[in-house]
Design a protein around this ligand. Sequence first.
Ligand SMILES: Nc1ncnc2c1ncn2[C@@H]1O[C@H](COP(=O)(O)OP(=O)(O)OP(=O)(O)O)[C@@H](O)[C@H]1O
Length: 386
Amino acid sequence: MDTTTICLDVRDLVKDYPVDGASDHRAVGGVSLTIAEGEMYTLLGPSGCGKSTTLRCVAGLEQPDSGRIELAGVPVVDQGVHVPTERRDIGMVFQSYAIWPHMSVFENVAFPLRVDGRRRTKKEVRRRVEEVLGTVRLADVASRSATQLSGGQQQRLALARALIREPRLLLLDEPLSNLDARLRDQMRVELRDLQRRLNVTALFVTHDQAEALSMSSRIAVMDQGRVVQEGTPREIYQRPATRFVADFVGTANLLDAEVVERAADGWLLRTAAGVVRASCPDGTRVGDQVTMTFRPEDIRMHLSPPGAAATGTTMLAGTVDRVDFFGESVECQVSCGAAVLLVHRHPQAAPQEGDTVHIELAAEGCAVLTDRGARLPAAAPVAKAG
Ligand SMILES: Nc1ncnc2c1ncn2[C@@H]1O[C@H](COP(=O)(O)OP(=O)(O)OP(=O)(O)O)[C@@H](O)[C@H]1O
């Protein structure tokens, strides 16, 4: 029996915006997703792909042209149904924290309780606010003016205000993007820990793949108003379904390839870097035009000739054009035939510019993509929502 409880169900969501009063621009073109209770579910994609519009429709801040949204089994958007924001059981945190500057930290958090129409004693309000301020580690600054807080504290205050009414669903739209890089890393961990500890369900919007990969239980990658792949962070990163996903999430080597032969130990693909061995999916035929993709950290680079290639691997000779130092790793640009490949290495094992190197590619480290989407060598399926 499936014991998963669905928190949010979005079906075939469409939202058009008028352009110059004439034609419409389709910001969201049929998005469907299902989020289980306790999940941290992320919409990830480039600027303008429709992430915020999707979230704003869930919040009730936009009215979609069609589609259906259910929150905890109750329709909030459907034909003839549009439940207003304040009657949806949600909390929201946006890029700009929108805290109330004229109120103290305590009053900022207490305010949603004072206006929601329910009767509570002063004592009850105080107990609840103190509890939430403790959760976000702001108890000791409760009496301060909200404007006297640091960026990280303001962000935690916005979170406390969103959590105070214990919403069914927390909506987070780029909540960390106003913070400097170091604080953002710290808050990323804090936010994820808090979400897990409280077991609150969250729909998170970001264009930052590191944020999405490190914080999410599942990710929906969006492009041009559509979800192009959904899966766990590992699935999205290790098994991208399309060239767009491989390129947008992390750094990828992408090579146009033609399937030229079925060998005893896998398929041979002709690429600009040379002929490469890959394990292609069922249905592959000689002559297929595909994209080959592999991650820079999945390439082994030898500084001296390593001998014959092991079964299921390809060895390619190349020249190091450039070495960029990133502290914990170096990124090498290596010319291989007519292609330039990116290879990541530990700085202590870095080659010099101009060195001849030998690139070793394992067939199972290479994903093979077609226009039709996922055609991946490994076996595990990409998770579906619901
Ligand atoms: N109120 C609006 N009126 C007209 N067009 C809009 C409006 N809001 C968004 N759009 C357009 O809809 C598309 C999707 O916008 P949306 O804000 O959802 O993207 P996004 O992925 O969240 O981008 P970003 O990360 O830059 O916020 C964009 O092309 C945007 O210009």
